[in-house]
Every structure is written in structure tokens, then in C-alpha cells.
Design a protein around this ligand. Structure first.
Ligand code: IVH
Length: 675
């Protein structure tokens, strides 16, 4: 049956909107991208053929407007208010609010609250008339905002028309934000293109909404969460705030799932704690939580003080970003000689502690962010992550600001600094001649997850290295109580404790010892893999490239690093001395001292095998050391072709790669498994 263009277009729009909602709001795509693109193009073609049927709420009309001279003012039908903030981090924020509410209501009993997240973006008002999005405005001064309809239309999760809602007017209020994933992806792309990056997701959101070129705005990936209403006409309100959010959700509006309806102050504090604990794991930034009296009748009774509702409060978390001034940029030399520029800051309280140092990572990063000494910068400290400088306020740069220059010699030992081709990091070439590297190497060696020498902290290591008492790792085990007790700030008792701790650390495990040596690219996990696989240190020290590669998860970089490390006579000497001084562990035969029969071979399976499943074949081949890949290339050693093998077999023939049939595979497996 032939449909009329009108029907056809309507059906396509409905289907595309369903997929949009699934993808952008529910985060659960229902069809492959290619299929979506096909539907979209079909609709575009039809609309081009029937321009008279094109409407503003068609999903094809999200992008594509004129570049604006400015934003037209929009007077809000209902003012957009702000909410009072409780900044303290303790439970009292919740208690204070609950007490105020109950007092204002004449000592009412336990109050029901809707708890939500406080999104860190930009507030907007979305006006829907008879279900169609007609206008979007920023908050502005609360009375008058700016018309940002064009840009808001490019936000995919915002419906251009509401499902099951044809109220005369319904204004949805909420926050436009940029998710952390989108922020990072956007910045990665910009960096690749050599273009300007965004400082943080919040600025990203605010800047994009106020972008005059809608094509540029459309490139910035934004999202939205609804949290309230503005003007409403021709719709009967639910009795509660949570009911409003449920209704908005059923209209197809994105509403954040992290919300709760609770009773009483203790439950508010509990919500605050729960959210604080997962703050860093959320896919977007928040700066606190919001509590709202759930009953709209009680909200009305409570009313407003100045321009803030008495029925809502924001209970903030400690800010993760603050402004401060860079006093200087110093270089820190790490264990592997890496030179890290560190910003020395005017101390500032951020992320719950006072921060006076922030990493600038490397020279390239300083250039990209254009950090000068004297600049006012944004410092970020989130969770347990080390503080970093996220950006500069260029307009606050003083006239005497100085650019940073990477030193060409190590500030600690004077050795040459090199930066290898393609590497971001500059390194001191001094090795263990460099006191900074020696100190870090000792601290790493003694660390809790390495040799676990209790009581050997950085102050003591500084002293031991600076006073020339320790030159190498084995010197640690040559320390005695008399030498230690001479050091300033070292009591006899502490000296005894340290010597005892050193003695105790001598009994260790192979994986700890390997990790403790501080070989580049050999972390804790790799050290464990190596220890399990080889069982004996000598076997690791003698292993060649191929043998090392036969260890699961050991790649060429790690193998090369191990070979280089144990290839150095002085490193072998260190190991030998440590063992002579009594460092020991249990050795065993190892999981495999022989390389596996198919180590280093790559194969591809295609077609159906009669006597075993694809998975079985794969795991048996892998157990013999082979790598089973998904596609055929010149590097493939052989292809196993079952019945009905398709394009992979053709490709193998084309490239001249060996092909095994099922019988030949079975013979190979049998032969190798018996050997
Ligand atoms: S309710 C009358 N709920 O915080 C109550 N605001 O001062 C109006 N915000 O800039 C606001 N998350 O954009 C509310 N779940 C939330 C919120 C939220 C973030 C922002 C809002 C405004 C500020 C409130």
C-alpha cells in the first residue's frame, strides 16, 4: 500500500524520535548507527521533495540556523530564582535546612524531601506550547534571560516536542551540561587539530550555549537534565515535586536517575554522603546536592525569602576548582629521571585540602595551557587525584609575568636533559648519579608494595642521600644503629626500629623484589606475571626477547626494558649484592620455563569445525601460546578454515598465508599438546 508523503514523513519522524530518545536520553541505543543514518537521510530527502511539509519540530531541524549578531532578550513569565546554599560539609547543612523548614511550618512532623544532584552547568528555561519547543532562554538576571533557542535545539537529548503532553504552556527548567566523556573527547579532537581546548565541562556548556554561530554550537556535545518547572498553563500539576519529575520523564525529558524521596534530616545527610562518595564516578560534574520539600502545597505555604525559596537548599561539596596565582614553576626529578614542572601556588583551599603545588605534567602541557609565572590559574583537585592546573585566566596576566623555560641540565645533578623524539617528557640522563633519582629509587624500593621497609620516609631518605651515607640500594642493608643514631632528629630507638625493619624486609617474594628494583615499565602486575611465569630470578635475568614475550601480558616494550636493565653490569651487581646481604625469597620451577610450542604464532579461525567449537579451538591454540586474531593480514602465520569459510579464506589465499583444514589443525594440536 502506498502511503501519502504526509503519513510517510510522520512515521519516519516518530521512528527517528524514538531512536533519539533511546540513544540520548535512555543511553540505550536500539538500532545500529548506519540504520539510523539511513532513516534520517530518507526523511531529509522526503522533506526536500515536499518543502511544504517541513516543520520546525522535525528531527532534521536541530542544526542549521543563521549566525546571530546577539541574543534577543527574553522576559521570563515566572522569574528564575536561585537557591540558598549550605556550604558546610558536615551533616549540619541538612539539619539546618530541615529545622528552618519545620519552624516555618509551625513545628510540623517529619518532612518528605525530594533529593537531587546539583548539576554544574548552565540553567535554561525550555518553553513548550502544545507540546512543541518554541523557545529556550538562559537564566540571565532571573527576570530576563537571552534567547538561545537555536543552540538549544542542537542538544540531542532535548525533545523538540513532548510525548503525551499537549498542555497549552509548559516551561521545563533544568541544567545544560557537558559530560566528562564528551568534554574529554572534544578536547582530544581539538588537540589533534591544534585548536583551542575547553577549560572545564562547565565553561564548555556555558560557552557553547552562548555561541553565536549555531554550527559551532552544534559541534559541542551538550546534554540536559530537567529539575523543575516555570510557567504552566492547561496542565494539572501533580501533588509533589518528585511527581513533576516523573511526569517530565514520561514526556520524554531527560531526568537524572540519581534522585531520592526521603524523610527527615538524617536521611538528607545520608543522601549527601552517598552522593559525595560517588561524585568522582559520575559521568558529569556536580557541585553538591539539592533538597526540596516534596509537597507542592507545603512549598506554597513556605514561600520565599528575598529571591530564594524557603523550600529548597543546595548543600554543596567542597569545590574541586579554585582560582589562585602561580608564584613559580619548579622542576621535580622523578625515579626514572623524568622532569616534571610543578606550579608553586599561592596556597588555596580546594577539594577539601590546602594545595600549594600542582603538577603541570610536561613542557608541552605548559605551552598548550600557556601558563606563565605570575598567572592567575584554575587549580583542580578531584578525589585523590593530584592537583593540576586546568587553565589560565589570560585577562588577569600581570605585565611582569614570565614564561617558563625547560632547563637543559638537571637542576639536581647537572647532567644533560634529553627529550627523545616523539616523547612528551624530558629526562635527566644522570641515572643513579642523580641524587633525586637515587632518592626516588630508594623510596620506591622501600615502599609498602615493594620491600615494605617500615619507617623509611622521604625526610630520612633525603638525609641519607644528602649526607652521602647511601649511594646505592644495597647500602640500605649496610646501615647500622650507630650510623643512624648520629643523624639529626634520629633517636636511638628509631634507629633500632629501622634496622629491625630492614632486617625484616629481607625476607620477601620474587614479585616484590622485581617490582622494587624499579625497572621501567615493570609495575606490580607485570612483576607478578613475571614471577609466576619464571619462578626464579635467574630465569628472568637470562630470558631473551622471545621468552619474555611468551609471558601473558608482556609486550615488546616491557621485554626490551627488562633486557636493557639486566644487560647493565651495574644492575646485575646491585642484585648480586642485595642477595649477598641476605635479601631472599622462595623460588619455584615456574609456570613454564620453556617457550610454548606456538609462542609467537598468530592464527585466524574461519568457517565451522565439525569436532570442536570455535571457542574450544581458540582456547586450545592459546594454551599452546598462539595468538588468535580476528582478521587475516600479512602477519598471520596460518588460517584454520572449516566448512563454509568465507572472505578470510580468500584473503589468506590472496596473501599467500598457510591454510590448515580441520584434520591438519587436529594433528597440530595433538602434536603440540603431547610435546
Ligand atoms: S532548583 C527555585 N535543582 O543551581 C529553585 N537548581 O541557584 C530553582 N541547579 O543556577 C533551582 N542543579 O541552575 C535546582 N537539581 C537542581 C539543580 C539546580 C543545579 C542550579 C541552577 C541554578 C542554581 C540554583
Amino acid at each position: 500500500m502506498n502511503k501519502s508523503p504526509t503519513q510517510h514523513i510522520a512515521r519516519l519522524r516518530a521512528e527517528i524520535e524514538r531512536h533519539n530518545h533511546a540513544y540520548y536520553v535512555l543511553d540505550a541505543p536500539t538500532i545500529p548507527d548506519a540504520e539510523y543514518d539511513r532513516l534520517f537521510r530518507e526523511l531529509q530527502t522526503l522533506e526536500a521533495q515536499h518543502p511544504e511539509l517541513l516543520t520546525a519540530d522535525s528531527p532534521t531541524q536541530r542544526v542549521g540556523g543563521q549566525i546571530l549578531d546577539g541574543f534577543a532578550p527574553v522576559r521570563h513569565a515566572v522569574p528564575m530564582l536561585s537557591i540558598r546554599t549550605e556550604t558546610d560539609t558536615e551533616d549540619s547543612g541538612a539539619t539546618n535546612f530541615d529545622t528552618r523548614v519545620r519552624n516555618a511550618l509551625g513545628n510540623a512532623g517529619e518532612i518528605e524531601y525530594a533529593c537531587e544532584l546539583k548539576f554544574d552547568g548552565l540553567a535554561v528555561n525550555l518553553r513548550y506550547e502544545r507540546g512543541v519547543l518554541v523557545q529556550a532562554a538562559t537564566r540571565g538576571d532571573g527576570e530576563t534571560g537571552e534567547d538561545v533557542t537555536q543552540n538549544v535545539r542542537t542538544i540531542h537529548c532535548i525533545p523538540l516536542h513532548l510525548k503525551h503532553c499537549d498542555a497549552d504552556v509548559i516551561e521545563v527548567r533544568g541544567e545544560v551540561y557537558m559530560s566528562r566523556g564528551d568534554f574529554n573527547r572534544y578536547n582530544d579532537r581539538q588537540r589533534e587539530l591544534g585548536l583551542a581546548t575547553l577549560v572545564n565541562p562547565r565553561n564548555g556548556a556555558a560557552g557553547s550555549i552562548r555561541q553565536l554561530d549555531p554550527a559551532l554550537a552544534a559541534r559541542r556535545p551538550l546534554s540536559f537534565f530537567a529539575y523543575g518547572l516555570g510557567e504552566v498553563r492547561g496542565w494539572s500539576l501533580p501533588a509533589t515535586h518528585s511527581g513533576i519529575l516523573d511526569a517530565l520523564q514520561s514526556f520524554g525529558m531527560p531526568v537524572c536517575g540519581e534522585r531520592a524521596v526521603v524523610r527527615g534530616a538524617a536521611a538528607l545527610a545520608d543522601f549527601h554522603r552517598r552522593v559525595a562518595a560517588k561524585r568522582d564516578a559520575l559521568p558529569f560534574d556536580i557541585d553538591g546536592v539539592v533538597y526540596k520539600v516534596n509537597s507542592l502545597a507545603l512549598q506554597q505555604q513556605l514561600g520565599f525569602v528575598s529571591r530564594e525559596p524557603r523550600w529548597a537548599v543546595a548543600h554543596k561539596f567542597p569545590a574541586e576548582e579554585q582560582l589562585t596565582v602561580v608564584r613559580d614553576i619548579e622542576i621535580q626529578v622523578g625515579r626514572t629521571g623524568k622532569l616534571t614542572p610543578v606550579a608553586k601556588l599561592e596556597p588555596v583551599f580546594v577539594g577539601g585540602t590546602t594545595v600549594s603545588n600542582a603538577t603541570l605534567h610536561n613542557e608541552g602541557e605548559i605551552r598548550r595551557k600557556d601558563v606563565h609565572i605570575g598567572d592567575t590559574v584554575i587549580v583542580r583537585r578531584a578525589g585523590d587525584v593530584i592537583p593540576e592546573v586546568v587553565g589560565v585566566l589570560a585577562e588577569r596576566r600581570p605585565a611582569d609575568a614570565r614564561a617558563f623555560v625547560m632547563p637543559t641540565t638537571c637542576p639536581v645533578c647537572g647532567s644533560h636533559v634529553v627529550r627523545e623524539e616523539g616523547e612528551a617528557d624530558a629526562r635527566c640522563t644522570g641515572g643513579l648519579f642523580c641524587a633525586a633519582q637515587r632518592k626516588q629509587a630508594i623510596l620506591h624500593f622501600a615502599g609498602r608494595r615493594a620491600m615494605d621497609v617500615e619507617g623509611l620516609g622521604d625526610k630520612l631518605v633525603d638525609q641519607l642521600v644528602d649526607e652521602d651515607i647511601i649511594h646505592s640500594l644495597p647500602d640500605l642493608y649496610r646501615l647500622d644503629v650507630a650510623t643512624l643514631a648520629q643523624l639529626s632528629r634520629m633517636a636511638e630507638k628509631s634507629a633500632q626500629n629501622l634496622v629491625a625493619a630492614l632486617e625484616k624486609s629481607k625476607h620477601t617474594t620474587l614479585n616484590r623484589f622485581l617490582f622494587a628494583l624499579g625497572i621501567r615499565h615493570v609495575g606490580e602486575t607485570t612483576a607478578k606475571d613475571l614471577a609466576r611465569h619464571f619462578g626464579k630470578l635467574d630465569a628472568i635475568m637470562q630470558a631473551d626477547h622471545e621468552r619474555l614475550l611468551s609471558v601473558p601480558d608482556v609486550g615488546p616494550v616491557v621485554a626490551q626494558s627488562l633486557i636493557a636493565f639486566f644487560g647493565e653490569a651495574h644492575n646485575r651487581e646491585v642484585v648480586q649484592q642485595l642477595r649477598a646481604l641476605g635479601v631472599h625469597w622462595e623460588e619455584h620451577e615456574g609456570a613454564s620455563t620453556q617457550p610454548l610450542p606456538l609462542s609467537g604464532k598468530t592464527c585466524v579461525l574461519t568457517g565451522t569445525l565439525a569436532s570442536l567449537s570455535r571457542d574450544e579451538a581458540k582456547s586450545r591454540l592459546e594454551a599452546l601460546g598462539a595468538k588468535v586474531a580476528g582478521s587475516v593480514s600479512k602477519k598471520t602465520d596460518f588460517v584454520v578454515a572449516g566448512t563454509e569459510a568465507g572472505s578470510k579464506l580468500d584473503k589468506a589465499r590472496e596473501l599467500g598465508v598457510a591454510v590448515l583444514n580441520e584434520d591438519e589443525l587436529m594433528q597440530l594440536l595433538k602434536g603440540c599438546e603431547e610435546s
